[in-house]
Each structure stands twice: as C-alpha cells, then as structure tokens.
Design a protein around this ligand. Sequence first.
Ligand SMILES: [Zn+2]
Length: 294
Amino acid sequence: MGKIVRALSEDGSVLCIAVDSTDIVNEIFKIHRTTPVVSAALGRTATAAVMMGSLLKNKEDSLTLRIDGKGHCGMIIAVSDYMGNVKCYCANTNVQLPLNSKGKLDVGGCVGKDGYLSVIKDMGLKEPYVGQIPLVSGEIGDDITAYYAISEQIPTVCGLGVLVDRDWSIKKAGGFLVQLVPPINEDAIGIVENNIKNITSVTEMMEKGFSPEDIVNKALDTLNPSILDSWEVGYKCTCSRQRMKKALISIGKSDLQELADTQENIELSCHFCDKKHSFSREEIKEVLRNSNGG
Ligand SMILES: [Zn+2]
C-alpha cells in the first residue's frame, strides 16, 4: 500500500500533502506492463491524482485527471476517490525513448505538450466541475502547478517523481503538494519558497530514506507544522460484471446485434485493471431487449 500524509503550518496558512506511491506505481507497472518512461508518466499522474483526490469533500466524490499532450503514450486518464485511491491507464504503454538532455526519463517527450490537462471533479451535482489548462511541459508536476494557479487560483507547488529500477520495476515513487491557504501570510510564503528551493527531487529524498512525514516536515520547516492525518492509499479498480454489462450497450445496438448473431460469447477487458469480463450470447440478447424498452 502507499501512504499519504497531510500537514498544516502552525499559522494555518500553508498546507502540505506528501505521498509514498511506490507500491501504487509498481501495481501500474504489473497491470499495464509499462516501459520505464510510461511508468514515469502514468505514475506521476496517478500520484498527483492521489493527492488531489484527498482534497475532495465527500465520500462519493471522484476526481479524473486527463492529460492529452498528443505525445507517444497517447491520452492519460487517472481517476481517484476522496480517500486518494487511484486507477489509471493510457493509450500506448509500450513507448521507448532516449533519455532527455538532463539524463532523465523523457516524460515530457512521452506525454507531449501540444494539448491540455483537464481536471474533472464529480461531486454528485448535475454537472461535474471541469477545469482545463494548456499543458506547460508534459512533465506533469509543472502542469499540475499551473492548473492550480490558472484554473483554481490557488498558489501551489507540485513535485512528482518515479525512479525505475534496472528490471523496470519501480524503486521509488512519490510526490508532494504545497498549497497556500487564505488568509495569505507573506512571511510564510518566503519561508516555504526557500524550503522548496532546497528540495532536490522527491525520489532523491526517498532514496535517502525520507518518509512522507519527513517530506512534509522539510517543506514546512521552521513553520512548526503539525500532522493533520495520514492513511494508506492503493491502486483500486471498482469495475464489476454488472457495470461492464451496462457498458455493452455503448458498443451500439446494430454492432451488438451482430455480435449476438455471430458469437457464442464476448469478452471485455477493463481499461484500468485488465480484468476480463465475459458475456454469453443470451446475456447480450438480454441487454439488447432491455435497451429496446422491454
Ligand atoms: Zn477494472
């Protein structure tokens, strides 16, 4: 399981969230069989979604991060619940690129930056909240930072990292989100800016043995932070046969009819967890009958 920790500065003006998402990104690697650069792209997006989901207010709320940069990996989707449990996928998980000029995995090149980052919050209202910004770099952390500044007007810094091992499994993955809470305290801003300047990278800290608690304490150093809460988060898909059955109709009635006429059964696999759900000819016919109103 991953772990999330949230802390607040003593004056209440700076919130910091940190997450160890190593297990979550390893799960992504296992389910989606991602190459290193795609593990980094998907892993960073999922890690951001964990922290953003934890800021939702109600039990039934969910948050979707959609990143469409027209790059090699195609569109990335990550969905989290209000506890920060997450699931994700992207169109192409088999991308291999040379390292970038800094000698790092070329996440920006993999994701692309010719497109948008969208945040969709389903809060049980008639219409979901949708915020969208043009991508800054496709490196994800910068893009989340820009999203909060432009779309929600909340000064935020987001750091994300995924360190891939030689065997392509995930050695370390994590992130932090530092956010100002009104009323703004100018002195605290200066201190936090300085603290963050001294943070090299999330994975570097984690390699040194930093826990999420250590990371929030470092980001809020000298502001007397107190830990608000902390809990376990994981990769979680909530797909079911019942839901998949409902989704069958989205194939289109005539296509579905053709399947019912020609196939003994059909198998659908879930985009998020790769679980196979199989439906018999009788079940497909039943879905068709129900969609005809009888
Ligand atoms: Zn699933």
